[in-house]
Design a protein. Structure first.
Length: 644
């Protein structure tokens, strides 16, 4: 039997199994943010062979009982568009239609077969004024064949790129191996513009700064204010309408963005962060002074503990005990694992949950929902679901306690001098002066992203710097000389000193060029067609900006694979094109905490390198990363040596 035909037959049975196992979810609302009732509808359709030219349309969806006056929103096929726009991309609302028991929706303006078979149900009750939002992002038929048919029908107008695999398209790029490295290899093979599919939609990998002006526009009216299209994973993570990172609700995103900028930019906040960073540096030095020169330490674990304690002070005003616990583990003192409910080590529990949350991000973003219940994958899905629940419960309880503390101090008119509430990021979130008080979920997601952005990313950059300086000791000597000339051996580090460390800053920039924490960033517009180079891209195209490849482009960086900090001395912004170096991104989606991050890393380097030098245990091994949405350092073993 022809192997291609055999593959299609086997995969057809798999899709039939998936159809029965993965019903599409709907949620019933009543004008509130949280759904009151969750139910399911089961899509009924036949499996079309790959070679079929017939248009594919969903037929009917069984839906549980609802009363009249129901507004229905559904992702629907637009018959006026080309086939490449078939994947559901817009919300179609039946504002003038009503659903009655045993009747179907009539007066369908688009003349598409949308039929609801309404049945009696356990729901009962009066559901008048509720509406049903139908989520068809999981339609297995669309995922199964759309990439292949799309490629076949548009192969002459696509940019260079790999041939999609039957049924799975280019899922192998996201599910097998390192996503960032896979996309880097694609750029190497296919050039500056590479065509693939992602989430069943067209995805274009951009690997040159000359194509980024529109995508990185700083305008508040830019059509590219979203990173990615809405997926079930975003909803599961609670990030579809909250926070900054993956928020698909642009008005809410703008509000959060403005708050982050106003909170993280003032000089007073940077001074406070410098104070907290110095405080944590003094603590870690106290532990490291007890470690012998010939003892091996996991530097990645120490920096994770350091940044966790420091961000605890900055974000929530509560210092965690991660460094203390790290030292106890290192010295083989008795340390028993605590259960998740244990109240005695809240800070360490929270750190571990956040660490697992980083892995959950990668899972929910890159693994389609229709695979979550498959064997083996279902184990991970349940585990990450539990992590999300634990993390949410932990954060919501902490927010409630802080709100109560603020309320009590306000009632008793306690002055700022006597207040036990620090002016941290969480307090600012709770007390911000806006028309509507932020909900606990909004506060939770913002504080979660604040922690995530300030711990894992800083840890990865610091480990990269230590690795490179250990490989290039001449640059370490030059940096230490600058630090001693500006600050001295024992003087206190201040924000005014930090601006006088240009070579230290150059080392940080060069490290981020070679090992960007965010190797790939995304832009997406659901509304606007775009032309990039010689290619036209319809709305709903995902653009993946390959920063790791751009950072090593020999057209903009001489000897791009070498560590040369001098690139970033003097008027380097005039020599290097604007979008050729993007460690914190550009445009409206850039990192709002970049000034804070740079100040923090300067303080850490200036403090620890005045006292120590680091030697790699395995100097011939390359640095290792694990990719989720960012590059996370895998393991780094070093010796700490005191300076004489």
């Amino acid at each position: 039997m022809n192997s291609f035909l055999f593959t299609n037959i086997v995969l057809s049975f798999i899709i039939l199994f998936i159809k029965e196992t993965y019903p599409v979810e709907i949620k019933i609302y009543n004008g509130e943010d949280e759904p009151k009732i969750n139910v399911t509808i089961i899509p009924l359709y036949e499996i079309y062979p790959l070679w079929s030219e017939q248009e594919i349309r969903w037929e009917s969806y069984y839906v549980t009982y609802v009363n009249p006056e129901v507004e229905v929103a559904i992702y629907e096929y637009d018959p006026e568009s080309d086939f490449d726009q078939y994947y559901p991309h817009k919300i179609w609302k039946f504002n003038e239609h009503k659903v009655y028991l045993n009747n179907s929706i009539n007066n369908n303006n688009n003349n598409n077969p949308v039929k609801f078979v309404v049945q009696d149900s356990w729901l009962g009750g009066n559901l008048t004024n509720y509406y049903v939002q139908v989520n068809l992002l999981n339609d297995t038929k669309i995922y199964a064949i759309r990439p292949y048919i799309y490629y076949y029908k548009n192969r002459n107008s696509l940019a260079p790129g790999p041939l999609p695999l039957p049924f799975i398209g280019h899922w192998n790029i996201f599910l097998i191996g390192d996503v960032a490295q896979n996309k880097y290899n694609l750029s190497e093979k296919y050039g500056e513009i590479c065509d693939i599919t992602m989430f069943g939609q067209r995805c274009v990998i951009i690997s040159s700064p000359k194509y980024l002006k529109e995508l990185f526009s700083p305008s508040v009216h830019s059509p590219f204010l979203r990173r990615l299209p809405l997926t079930s994973g975003f909803i599961e993570l609670g990030m579809d309408k909250e926070g900054l990172l993956l928020n698909c609700d642009v008005p809410k995103w703008r509000h959060n963005r403005k708050f982050f900028q106003q909170s993280l930019s003032p000089p007073s906040f940077l001074q406070l962060c410098t104070k907290y960073t110095v405080e944590c540096c003094e603590e870690i030095i106290g532990y490291w002074d007890c470690i012998k020169d010939d003892q091996v330490i996991r530097l990645d674990e120490w920096f994770r503990a350091f940044t966790s304690d420091m961000m605890g002070l900055v974000a929530s005003g509560s210092k965690e005990t991660s460094m203390k616990i790290q030292f106890m583990k290192f010295t083989n003192q008795i340390y028993k694992e605590k259960k998740i409910e244990d109240e005695k080590n809240k800070g360490e529990i929270y750190r571990r949950l956040r660490s697992e949350y980083a892995d959950a991000l990668g899972f929910y973003i890159f693994v389609p929902k229709l695979l979550w219940n498959l064997p083996f994958i279902s184990v991970a899905a349940k585990y990450y679901k539990n992590i999300l629940n634990y993390l949410t419960d932990f954060e919501i309880q902490f927010i409630k306690e802080r709100k109560q503390q603020i309320k009590i101090e306000k009632e008793y008119n306690i002055s700022d001098q006597n207040s036990k509430v620090r002016p941290d990021f969480l307090t600012m979130l709770i007390t911000q002066n806006t028309e509507d008080d932020p909900s606990p979920d909004e506060i939770k997601q913002n504080i979660r992203e604040m922690f995530s952005a300030g711990t894992g990313t800083t840890t990865t950059t610091l480990c990269s710097i230590v690795y490179l300086l250990a490989k290039y000791p001449e640059y370490e000597d030059r940096m230490v000389k600058e630090i001693l000339n500006v600050i001295g051996n024992y003087d206190q580090i201040t924000t005014s000193n930090l601006s006088k460390l240009p070579f230290t800053e150059a080392i940080i920039n060069e490290s981020m060029r070679l090992y960007p924490v965010v190797p790939i960033t995304y832009r997406y517009s659901p509304d606007q067609n775009t032309k990039i180079g010689d290619y036209h891209f319809n709305k709903d195209t995902i653009f993946a900006i390959n920063l790791s490849h751009i950072h090593r482009n020999s057209e903009y960086f001489e000897n791009p694979d070498q560590f040369i900090p001098e690139r970033f001395l003097g008027n380097w912004k005039e020599r290097i094109p604007k979008f050729a170096f993007s460690p914190f991104g550009h445009g409206m989606r850039n990192c709002p905490g970049k000034n804070f991050s740079m100040a923090e890393m300067k303080v850490i380097l200036a403090t620890i390198y005045r006292k120590y030098t680091f030697k790699l245990v395995n100097p011939n091994e390359p640095i290792q990363f694990k990719f989720t949405l960012v590059n996370d350092i895998s393991k780094m073993e070093v010796y700490i040596e005191r300076r004489k």
